[in-house]
Design a binder for this molecule. Structure first.
Ligand code: NDP
Length: 447
């Protein structure tokens, strides 16, 4: 049970947003952390900051009609939730997946407010997407869908207004079609309006790698704070998309051994360490399925259909697929197998019950809004490069990313310590992220 003031606000959130369990889960987690500062800051209550924070500034829902390869008209639903612009233009990805609905977009947008605040960069929070499923669609179909999606979305965007990026189902191909249509509709080469762009047309080096790299760096920082590191450790990674691939790469660079990858059909275990080039070929180039990895890799690698990747013994868990993919049972298995740290590459991949298990066992747990903030941080670096018509080297950009991740880690630890919850990265991330946004909202008055 929450403290009575927080509970009253939370009840109001439940009443105003029925049928949105992921959104409720994300709000509740933040509220639980804010109990640590509730008595210290009556001004937040005086200004109704929490209720205002939970209500998006703007929610856009639109029809996306397009024609498939058979000439049939298809209808999808598009979303953009412009959540909070206290610290900068709305910033957050677009997700194309059949599970997308307004509650999912709101949970992601709400998380994004605090994550973006934690980066220390001038970006507000937003998120969007569609229930369109790019799996199995031709390039032509994906292009026509993206063009139709952008035909509506473009009027809400702008480098000082709202700057989308990729997320599940939205990678370089989709960003290309989206940017092309934006440019055509507006007659403006406004590079800073979308991030995750191709390197030849305004993209930033390291953006593709940033989320996965950042999550691995965060795991390393958590272990270093306890006198250890990723070096020599077995790491279980879930997913095989943008986040997972580059988490695997950075883990290996840090001396760790990434032993798993997965998709929605199952997972692979490779005792010799995942062969990144092969996995990239199958997943990024051929858009194939994960079982092909085990077939082509040969001895030492096996495919497990369905099942839980968290059954594989590992020192570090790096969930990089989707929300609520690591539940109570999985957490208990990981702890039984001696896991040393969990770093969330995905957004909210661990259920609240799983997080409680890690906390009870005193295992460092890096929540997504801190551990996966490297992606959006590098998007903000892409915006900086676009604004100055510049292109930074890989080394410089990676160095900035590493500094930002170390800074976020330190801020979480310091804040947790300050509010009497030492070592609790969830409380540290939520309180540090929240305070900046709340203070800016108070400064702006009631708007
Ligand atoms: P991708 O689309 O590149 O990859 C997603 C991966 O997760 C795929 O392997 C996919 O398998 C798997 N997956 C997706 N949904 C499910 C599901 N319901 N059950 C099982 N597996 C699933 O997405 P990203 O790598 O970009 O995103 C992964 C996570 O990281 C998301 O939570 C996203 O919000 C978060 N994130 C991403 C950032 C980025 O920069 N891209 C930034 C910060 C967070 P399949 O192909 O079979 O569906």
């Amino acid at each position: 049970m929450l403290d009575s003031t927080l509970q009253a606000t939370y009840d109001q959130v439940l009443r105003r947003n029925p049928g949105e369990p992921e959104f409720h889960q994300a709000v509740r987690e933040v509220f639980e952390s804010l109990e640590a500062i509730q008595n210290l800051h009556p001004e937040y209550q005086d200004h109704s900051i929490l209720m205002r924070l939970c209500e998006p500034e703007r929610q856009i829902i639109f029809r996306v009609p397009w024609v498939d390869d058979q000439g049939t008209v298809q209808i999808n639903r598009g979303y953009r939730v412009e959540y909070n612009s206290a610290l900068g233009p709305y910033k957050g990805g677009l997700r194309f997946h059949p599970s997308v609905n307004v509650g999912i977009v709101k949970f992601l947008g709400f998380e994004q407010i605090f994550k973006n605040s934690l980066t220390g960069l001038p970006i507000g929070g937003g998120k969007g997407g569609s229930d369109f499923d790019p799996h199995g669609r031709s390039d032509g179909e994906v292009m026509r869908f993206c063009q139709s999606f952008m035909t509506e979305l473009h009027r809400h965007m702008g480098e000082y207004t709202d700057v989308p990026a990729g997320d599940i189902g939205v990678g370089a191909r989709e960003i290309g079609y989206l940017f092309g249509q934006y440019k055509r509709l507006t007659n403006r080469y406004e590079a800073g309006v979308l991030t995750g762009k191709g390197l030849d047309w305004g993209g930033s080096l390291v953006r593709k790698e940033a989320t996965g790299y950042g999550a691995a760096i965060f795991a390393d920082e958590m272990l270093k704070a306890r006198g250890s590191s990723v070096d020599g450790r077995r790491v279980a990674v879930s997913g095989s998309g943008n986040v997972a691939l580059y988490a695997i790469e950075k883990v290996a660079q840090l001396g760790g051994i990434p032993v798993t990858a997965s998709d929605s059909s199952g997972y692979v275990v490779d005792e010799n360490g995942i062969d990144l080039a092969l996995l990239q070929q199958i997943k990024e180039v051929e858009r194939g399925r994960i079982h092909e990895y085990a077939e082509r890799r040969g001895s030492g690698a096996r495919f497990v259909k369905g099942g839980s990747v968290w059954d594989v013994p590992a020192d570090i868990a790096l969930p990089g697929a989707t929300q609520n993919e690591l539940d109570l049972e999985a957490a208990r298995t990981l702890v039984k197998n001696g896991v040393l740290a969990i770093s969330e590459g995905a957004n909210m991949p661990c259920t609240p019950e799983a997080v409680s298990v890690f906390r009870a066992a005193d295992i460092p747990f890096g929540p997504g809004k801190a551990a996966n903030a490297g992606g959006v941080a590098t998007s903000a670096l892409e915006m900086q490069q676009n604004a100055s018509r510049d292109a930074w080297s890989f080394e410089h950009t990676e160095q900035r990313l590493t500094e930002i991740m170390k800074g976020i880690h330190a801020r979480c630890l310091e804040t947790a310590e300050e509010v009497g919850r030492p070592g609790d990265y969830v409380v540290g991330a939520n309180v540090a992220g929240f305070r900046k946004v709340a203070d800016a909202m108070i400064a702006f008055g009631v708007i």
